[in-house]
Design a protein. Structure first.
Length: 142
């Protein structure tokens, strides 16, 4: 399985089953984020590859991360509910017919987005006024 297959299957499972927010922002897309509502951004981050069996199988690992944004000043309750929903959907899952597995999730409180958002410019502006929690789920594919 190559990284393109991994990305496709992880994104498909999430897209086909996620109903908790109206907006999903996809990597390298022109998505418009809401200004006063909850929204999420899915990122697939490959971390390493190694030989599982000499010359025949390569193990690929990484993280599938959901960045969860909510309006600043409303607390973290709904953000953690969204993280729990994502974790239920994606963690400890074996994709049928594939050598693709996910493991236990780890939440990470990022805080107010303008101080912590990656990069600068348009994405930083679009996250202004939001509080962010991430949920990171390791994956492994062969």
């Amino acid at each position: 399985m190559n990284y393109s297959d991994v990305r496709y299957n992880l994104e498909k499972r999430f897209n086909d089953n996620w109903t908790d927010t109206d907006v999903i922002v996809w990597e390298n897309s022109d998505s418009v984020v809401p200004t006063t509502d909850y929204w999420v951004r899915l990122t697939i981050l490959p971390t390493s590859g190694e030989n599982a069996e000499l010359g025949s199988r390569v193990k690929k690992t990484g993280l599938v991360i959901l960045q969860i944004y909510g309006p600043k000043g409303l607390g973290t309750g709904k953000l953690f509910e969204l993280a729990d929903s994502y974790n239920t959907l994606m963690q400890n899952y074996r994709f049928p017919g594939l050598d693709l597995f996910t493991y236990a999730a780890s939440p990470e409180v990022i805080g107010e987005s303008p101080s912590f958002s990656p990069g600068s410019g348009e994405f930083k502006t679009s996250t202004s006024g939001f509080f962010q929690i991430n949920s990171k789920i390791p994956f492994e594919a062969f």
